[in-house]
Ligand binder design. Structure first.
Ligand SMILES: Cc1cc2nc3c(=O)[nH]c(=O)nc-3n(C[C@H](O)[C@H](O)[C@H](O)COP(=O)(O)O)c2cc1C
Length: 206
C-alpha cells in the first residue's frame, strides 16, 4: 500500500514548560515515512539551512505545521522558516513549482476553548479566519491547505484529557499516514477533528 510521506515541522520555543506538545511529540508513531523535524532544537539561533529545509519539503507529500497557538499565530520560528525557505522561483512565481500538489496541515493547540474562537466568542475570529495567512501562503505555492487539526482549551485540561488527546493524535497520524482519512470530504470543514471522530469508533489502527 502506498503510504503518505509526512513531515512534521514542530515548533515550540519552551518545550520544558510544555504540557501538551512534549507529550504529543513523544507519541509520534514510529513508522517509516513519518519525519519529525524540531525547528527550535535544530535552529536555536534561527539560522535556518534553506537548502536542507527545501530538500525535506521535496521528499514529503504532507507537511504538518505543529505548534502551540501564540498571539493568534505561530511561534516566531515558523515565520522565519516561511520567510527564508519559501523562495521566489522555488516555491512560487512562474518557475516556482516545487511544492505544487503537496498538502499542508496546521496542527495547533490553543489555550482558549473552541467556543472562544467564534465571531460571538471572546476571541472574535474563527481559527480559519486567523489562519488565513498560512492558508493563502499554501495556495500561492500550489499546495492544498487542509482544515486544521485543533486541540483546544489546553489551559483547563487535566491529566486524563491530555492522555486522551495524545491517543487521538497518534490515531490521526497513523490514519493520515495510511491515507485513511477522506481529505476530499473534509475540505471546507472548520477542522479535521470531525473527520477523525467519524473514523475513530469504527476501527483503530495501530
Ligand atoms: C506567548 C504565548 C502566547 C499565547 N497566545 C495564545 C493565543 O493567542 N491564543 C490561545 O488560545 N492561547 C495562547 N497561548 C496559550 C498556548 O497556546 C497554550 O498554552 C499551548 O497551546 C499549550 O501547549 P503546551 O503545553 O505544549 O505549551 C499562548 C501562550 C504563550 C506562552
Amino acid at each position: 500500500m502506498l503510504m503518505t510521506k509526512m513531515l512534521i515541522l514542530f515548533a515550540h520555543p519552551a518545550l520544558d514548560k510544555s504540557r501538551i506538545h512534549r507529550r504529543l511529540i513523544r507519541a509520534v508513531p514510529e513508522l517509516s515515512g513519518i519525519t519529525v523535524h524540531d525547528l527550535y532544537d535544530t535552529y536555536p539561533d534561527f539560522d535556518i539551512d534553506v537548502a536542507r529545509e527545501q530538500e525535506l519539503l521535496l521528499s514529503h507529500d504532507l507537511i504538518i505545521l505543529q505548534h502551540p497557538f501564540y498571539w493568534y499565530s505561530t511561534p516566531a520560528i515558523i515565520k522565519q522558516w516561511e520567510d527564508l525557505v519559501l523562495e521566489h522561483g522555488w516555491a512560487y512565481g512562474a518557475q516556482g513549482t516545487a511544492l505544487r500538489g503537496k498538502r499542508l496541515l496546521s496542527l495547533i493547540s490553543t489555550g482558549g476553548p473552541a467556543d472562544a474562537y467564534r465571531r460571538d466568542g471572546y476571541n472574535r475570529f474563527t481559527m480559519r479566519d486567523l489562519l488565513a495567512p498560512i492558508e493563502q501562503t499554501a495556495y500561492l505555492c500550489g499546495m492544498e491547505y487542509l482544515p486544521p487539526y485543533l486541540i483546544q482549551g489546553t489551559h483547563r485540561m487535566d491529566e486524563a484529557e491530555i492522555e486522551r488527546e495524545v491517543g487521538r493524535y497518534r490515531q490521526l497520524l497513523s490514519l493520515l499516514h495510511a491515507g485513511r482519512i477522506d481529505l476530499e470530504a473534509a475540505r471546507g470543514q472548520a477542522s479535521l477533528n470531525l473527520a477523525l471522530d467519524k473514523l475513530i469508533g469504527q476501527e483503530v489502527p495501530e
